[in-house]
Design a protein around this ligand. Structure first.
Ligand SMILES: *Cc1c(COP(=O)(O)O)cnc(C)c1O
Length: 393
């Protein structure tokens, strides 16, 4: 089908709830996308952080092929080996918790919020989240998402949510009470513009949760699975949360989400309280196992840390040349370029020149290269961006 024919199909049959670019992607390999017109695009924002190990990583593809020939799905009435093995691999790379599997980031957060309510006393029903956060689109998680633009049209939202400015310890203390069941934040806010949590903020959350019998939830949907150069974002800090949630890069391109909770807390999720039909299905779990093995076998954690430094250094050098760049921030391969003006046009122009990046929060260019990217590919991306910025507006 031609690009035009595919777009016509969408116009007729697919709900238009996304602002889409007029390109049809037909293939992806590593750091590159190929569209229906034969263009090859350097992808520095693969699948909105889903393809952390690159598009169609050979080890992930092979694991999926193998699992597909054995068993695609078995319901959670039974045990299945891939689910158990993936839980073990995740647990050993985090704080030794137990996992519940679902299919997306929002579902993982939804599960975390429900578990926090189940685990804490009945009078505890409040959740504290941070301004600029993004936690998903279900009713509970969009309520947790403390950004007014996501709330428009959905009032009244779920009761009990209290919003505080990100990294504001005083506001956190004032918002706390006996009624708080949980605090949920991202270690690095992604959609909110690559805002890095301070150690003081996460430490205060830990302390106040302990003092008040509340649960500390870290949303690692974007920061997890190696993106920051460590398995999880919290590992850059001196804190251990009670629950982490993950999704995006976990399945290497398959739909999977997971919530991991400390064992004492996990024990509150008894049969009948929460479930997911597809959660922990063999195919997605086999892919998840392959993602973790690929990251380890290929040394991608260290590579992500090093490549992140390299990328940020190069971006900072661009700042001297282009005054539209205000600052560069990030950890590992989760990188934001703060502009002094909106960046949507820059993203469009980069795509015309076959580079895909993203702009979030109006004026933050987001670079989230796959962990398999090379320095040459980063150089190529920065050269394209340099050219686009040089053209002006
Ligand atoms: C993408 C994202 C989500 C939502 O994940 P979905 O899979 O789209 O439901 C939640 N939290 C964070 C931090 C995210 O980046």
């Amino acid at each position: 089908m031609t690009t035009q024919e595919t777009i016509e199909l969408f116009d007729k049959y697919v709900i238009a709830n996304y602002g889409r670019l007029a390109r049809v992607i037909v293939r992806g390999q590593g750091c590159y996308l190929y569209d229906a017109e034969g263009n090859k695009i350097l992808d520095m924002f693969p699948g909105w952080a889903v393809s952390g190990t690159g598009h169609c990583h050979p080890k992930v593809v092979e694991a999926i092929r193998e699992q597909a020939g054995e068993l695609l799905h078995i319901d959670n009435t039974f045990y299945s080996e891939p689910q158990g093995r993936l839980a073990q691999l995740l647990s050993e790379r985090a704080f030794g918790g137990k996992c519940f599997f679902c299919n997306s980031g929002a579902e993982a957060n939804e599960a975390a919020l429900k578990l926090a309510r189940l685990h804490t006393a009945k009078e505890k029903y409040k959740f504290i989240t941070a301004e600029g956060s993004f936690h998903g689109r279900t009713f509970a998680t969009v309520t947790a998402t403390a950004q007014p633009k996501y709330h428009e049209g959905f009032m009244p939202l779920l009761p009990g949510f209290v919003y505080i400015p990100f990294n504001d310890v005083d506001a956190l203390e004032s918002a706390f009470s006996d009624e708080v069941a949980a605090v949920m934040v991202e270690p690095i806010q992604g959609e909110g513009g690559i805002n890095i949590a301070t150690g003081e903020f996460l430490g205060a959350i830990r302390e106040l949760c302990d003092r008040n019998g509340a649960v500390m939830i870290l949303d690692e949907v974007q920061t997890g699975i190696g993106r920051t150069g460590k398995w999880f974002g919290y590992q850059h800090y001196d804190v251990e949360p009670d629950i982490i949630t993950m999704a995006k890069a976990l399945g290497g391109g398959t739909a999977i989400g997971a919530m991991m909770a400390r064992s004492e807390i996990a024990a509150s999720l008894v049969p009948g309280k929460h479930a997911s039909t597809f959660g922990g299905n063999c195919l997605a779990c086999a892919a998840g196992i392959a993602v973790i093995e690929a990251i380890e076998e290929d040394g991608l954690l260290g590579h992500a840390a090093e490549l992140g430094e390299y990328t940020m250094e190069k971006l900072r050098r661009l700042k001297d040349k282009h005054h539209i760049i205000d600052s560069v921030r990030g950890i590992g391969l989760m990188i934001g370029v703060q502009l002094t003006r909106p960046g949507a046009k820059i993203v469009d122009k980069c795509l015309e020149k076959k580079l895909r990046i993203n702009c979030t929060h109006e004026s933050v260019l987001r670079f989230m290269p796959p962990m398999i990217a090379t320095k040459e590919q980063i150089d190529e991306a920065i050269e394209i961006l340099d050219g686009v910025l040089g053209e002006g507006e």
